[in-house]
Design a protein around this ligand. Structure first.
Ligand code: KIV
Length: 270
């Protein structure tokens, strides 16, 4: 069973695997498949809740999803992704929101979309026993500031800022670092510079692990980013099952005798 310490000390040849999940049945499948880390991503906003961005996702929504995922997970490390403005504005409120994920929802750690404002918070949370997975590169909660979901770290200064922030978060106690949508060579350099593992998404093959959004993997997303890959076609399976159900009800084929019960002791009621 991977712990935060196992992930922090990861130095295997085999990359770490991380996938998102937002509900119990999906978490159970992901866990049984042997994924190391399940991220209860704020991507639930786009993936499952019908929002255009992750910004509207609430602490209650992440808490509810985290509880469901944790109850269905036996082996994987469960990481709760802290939503927009649930951290960073006020230190005490940030600590309470993050602590709630461990105390009430049984998460093992939290993930923070990072910047200079999260260095001190990472140290405080780590001191309090709340392990932090940092996230740099494209941080979708900054979409309005960035002007879109663009690749980050594409010039020397920007790449150096990512590396500097990565080092500062490692020093502050982060046990791992997600690198999203950055050039593969930048991700490789950051990976070389850190002791803690990096987990990439759209960051090339040289990070210590990979993460994808589960709906992209399953073929359930309306749109997926160019760096993602669809590994299955669950949408077609669902369309077939739902279509078959409608047809069976409309034709009278369902429910059949084996789905029904007649109580002999009850006479006609009128
Ligand atoms: O919310 C999420 O799913 C994420 C991953 C893309 C890393 O932050």
């Amino acid at each position: 069973m991977p712990t935060v310490q196992h992930v922090r000390q990861h130095d295997d040849d085999e990359p770490l695997t991380m996938l998102t999940a937002y509900d119990a049945p999906t978490a159970s499948i992901v866990d049984d498949a042997g994924v190391d880390v399940i991220l209860v991503g704020d991507s639930v906003g786009n993936a499952n809740l019908g929002y255009d961005t992750t910004l509207p996702v609430t602490v209650d929504e992440i808490a509810s999803a985290t509880g469901a995922v944790a109850r269905a997970t036996d082996e994987a490390l469960v990481v709760a992704d802290m939503p927009f403005l649930s951290f960073g504005a006020d230190q005490s409120e940030s600590v309470r929101n993050c602590g709630r994920m461990l105390k009430e929802e049984d998460a093992d750690a939290v993930k923070l979309e990072c910047g200079p404002h999260t260095v001190e918070l990472t140290e405080r949370l780590t001191d309090l026993g709340i392990p932090v997975m940092a996230h740099l590169g494209l941080t979708p909660q900054h979409v309005n500031q960035l002007g879109g979901f663009f690749r980050q770290g594409t010039d020397q200064d920007a790449a150096e800022r990512i590396l500097e922030l990565a080092r500062r978060h490692e020093d502050a106690g982060a046990f791992s670092l997600v690198l999203e949508h950055v050039p593969a060579n930048v991700a490789a350099d950051v990976t070389d510079a850190l002791d803690v593992p990096t987990i990439g998404i759209g960051a090339g093959p040289d990070t210590d692990g990979q993460v994808l959004v589960i709906t992209d993997v399953l073929g359930l997303s309306e749109r997926s980013p160019p760096f993602s890959r669809q590994f299955g076609d669950v949408k077609s399976e669902m369309e077939n099952a739902v279509g078959d159900y409608v047809e069976a009800v409309e034709s009278g084929e369902f429910p059949a005798d084996e789905h029904s019960h007649v109580e002999e002791d009850v006479d006609s009621l009128y």
